[in-house]
Design a protein around this ligand. Structure first.
Ligand SMILES: O=P(O)(O)OP(=O)(O)OP(=O)(O)OC[C@H]1O[C@@H](n2cnc3c(O)ncnc32)[C@H](O)[C@@H]1O
Ligand SMILES: [Mg+2]
Length: 167
């Protein structure tokens, strides 16, 4: 089984490799065709599907997986959200979302001014490369769930649905 992941972010590529341990997994950057900082569940989900489709179409007999991070409102509160999509070589699509955590108001304000969450988190945590390491979810959960752990859960949901319907 060959899987193309639509990103070179190690938290995403490693999550797929952990869950599909026997597969050949490779990551390459593709365009999500949504904002670099998605601002709703729908936009984040569409970004994941767009990435997965391009990966599945890039070569024959390859599965595509897209993982996308974003933020979304419930009432007046902003949450971190993540979506994943798996597209099979014959074009079937499975989607799943990840765990959410509330983002503080100060982060919401900066996001509204157009700064990407990855950059805000580095500043907030006084670290570099948070989005490629523990992620916002790690910072706001006292490192009990890292960004890779969260993506592993999303990929597990994708794999399980694919197994349920096709195996
Ligand atoms: O190279 P790609 O795959 O695009 O990886 P990315 O880190 O940019 O991740 P996304 O595009 O999926 O996420 C959209 C934006 O939200 C940021 N982001 C999402 N989840 C995050 C998290 O848990 N921690 C830090 N930044 C996060 C990310 O850095 C981007 O600015
Ligand atoms: Mg990005």
């Amino acid at each position: 089984m060959k899987i193309s992941v639509g990103s070179t972010n190690p938290t995403k590529v490693n999550a797929v490799q952990v869950i599909f341990a026997n597969a050949t997994v490779f990551g390459h950057d593709v365009d999500s065709h949504v904002s670099s900082q998605p601002f709703s569940d729908e936009e984040t989900m569409v970004g994941a599907i767009n990435r997965a489709n391009q990966c599945a179409n890039s070569k024959s007999n390859v599965f595509g997986i897209g993982l996308e991070g974003g933020v979304m409102y419930i009432k007046e509160q902003l949450y971190l959200c993540n979506w994943g999509a798996l597209v099979t070589p014959d074009g079937k699509t499975y989607v799943a979302s990840g765990a959410r955590v509330l983002l503080p108001k100060e982060i919401e304000e900066e996001l509204k001014h157009g700064v990407e969450l990855g950059d805000i988190m580095d500043q907030y945590a006084q670290k570099t490369g948070v989005s490629k390491k523990e992620g916002a979810i790690g910072i706001f959960t006292n490192n009990r769930l890292s960004r890779q752990d969260m993506f592993e859960q999303v990929v597990t949901l994708l794999k399980g649905q694919w197994e349920h319907w096709e195996k």
